[in-house]
Design a protein around this ligand. Structure first.
Ligand code: GLY
Ligand code: MN
Ligand code: MN
Length: 442
């Protein structure tokens, strides 16, 4: 997908956002919309900023991810205006006016100071403001982030435009480059810290640009779901690597996990079996499917893998019934993906804010919606050997369901997760991740 092709898709994307905004404003009694990119917060007792994370509503409209102080103004029926914050400054580099096809679809106005924005704001009717609260001091509470308006936009955002899917494909291609470099570094004996930096370098992205903190976990560290430390020394015995790392393109995220065995082992067989199960779960991403059913299917598939690996001493049905599969798979099978790695709106049943319940006993499932064409999800089954959950199972009535010798043999590997990003269509699902790995190998 070239820049020119993205430019061709952008007008339809913008038109979709305008249509959604028109309907949401009409339904909630507002005449105009102001979306602020936000500004980075200051560290306590310091003159240094935290890394800037743009308001996701802002980057939905225009691909400006690193531009604090910018503002979007929109009145139904008019071209959106971007007040482009371009201060006179000799401490920090002021951003140049952006170029590219998308800039022809909006009115781009350089903004020297925030006070200049007020002249533009005064031309608007009753305006809803979507902004991080610290960037909107003085805005009346009823106009700032009105819940009913946000809910509508969040609900609709689950369905991606072709432009957004193209951006996510590009993000995936970048992430796949990183994963290929990371596994090479693992095979060469690198420590977590070095693998992490090889990943970033291959992606050509800074740590701050990642859509979430990379998880780079050797051995037992893989049992911590969002393991965040980076050892500077490689383990004496390298057994496994779990790497969950994404990338972004024009503000859209990829979220990719791969698990690697250092050599042939029961763990390597477990990863292969999980990979097969994961592929089959990806095939379930179909329009009309309730995502909660895919989560239930995942427990069945993981139960089968565990049984095959000799970890379960009871049937898969019993393991599900007695919550034994949740000892090894304690998170949701996936979530919405897009502007944010855990995109908002996953449990909404409709645009009015009703919610679909999570299945009892599964509090961490982030997506409970029925899938429809354009919805992009992750599919990320995992099997982990987590000391605290295993100890709890041993204490309660589930101890007899588990073969503890098998568990002890696998514990030093930490765990495994395989995660792809999958687009729901009106026919077969499109697996962005597998397609990217395949074309990187071709
Ligand atoms: N990387 C976080 C997640 O997979 O949800
Ligand atoms: Mn994920
Ligand atoms: Mn992930």
């Amino acid at each position: 997908m070239t820049e020119a092709e993205l430019d061709r898709l952008y007008p339809e994307h913008l038109a979709t956002l305008m249509r959604r905004a028109d309907a949401a404003l009409a339904a909630t009694g507002f005449e105009a919309l102001e979306i602020r990119a936000g500004t980075p917060p200051l560290r306590f007792l310091d003159d240094q900023d935290y890394p800037f994370k743009v308001n996701p509503h802002f980057k939905a409209w225009v691909p400006l991810e690193d531009h604090p102080g910018c503002v979007l103004l929109y009145t139904p029926g008019r071209t959106p205006t971007i007040l482009f914050h371009q201060p006179e400054d000799y401490w920090y580099a002021s951003p140049p006016l952006p170029e590219g096809g998308w800039t022809r679809q909006v009115e781009l106005v350089p903004l020297r100071s925030q006070a200049d924005a007020d002249a533009y704001r005064r031309r608007l009717g009753r305006t809803a403001v979507i902004a991080p609260p610290e960037s909107a001091a003085g805005t009346e509470a009823e106009r700032l982030n009105p819940a009913a308006l946000l809910t509508r936009l969040h609900y609709e955002r689950a369905v991606k435009t072709p432009y957004e899917i193209a951006c996510m494909r590009r993000a995936t291609e970048i992430g796949v480059r990183g994963h290929l470099a990371a596994v090479e570094a693992f095979r060469a004996g690198a420590c977590e810290f070095a693998i992490h930096h090889r990943y970033l370098e291959a992606c050509g992205q800074r740590e701050e640009e990642m859509p979430y903190n990379c998880i780079v976990a050797h051995n037992e560290h893989a049992a911590t779901l969002h393991y965040q430390r980076l050892d500077r020394i490689a383990p004496r015995q390298r057994r496994s690597l779990l790497i969950d790392a994404g990338a972004q393109f024009r503000g859209y995220a990829a979220d990719i996990t791969r698990s690697h065995a250092a050599e042939s082992s029961a763990y390597a067989d477990l990863v292969d079996a999980l990979d097969q199960a994961q592929r089959s779960l990806c095939g379930e991403v179909r329009a009309g499917r309730d995502f909660r059913d895919i989560h239930r299917l995942a427990h069945r598939a993981i139960g089968e893998v565990l049984r095959e690996a000799g970890v379960l001493r009871i049937s898969v049905d019993d393991a599900i019934e007695r919550a034994v599969t949740t000892v090894f798979f304690p998170h949701g099978i996936g979530h919405l993906l897009g502007l944010q790695v855990h995109d908002v709106g996953g449990v909404l049943a409709d645009a009015d804010g009703h919610e679909n319940e999570r299945p009892p006993g599964h509090p961490y499932l982030r997506l409970t919606r029925r899938l429809e064409p354009g919805v992009v999800v992750t599919v990320e089954p995992g099997i982990y050997f987590i000391d605290s959950l295993l100890a709890a199972a041993r204490r309660d009535q589930r101890g007899d369901a588990i073969d503890w010798e098998r568990v002890d043999a696998l514990r030093p590997y930490g765990g495994a997760r395989i995660e792809d990003n999958v687009v729901t269509t009106s026919a077969a699902p499109v697996n962005l991740t597998r397609e990217s790995f395949a074309s990187a190998a071709a």
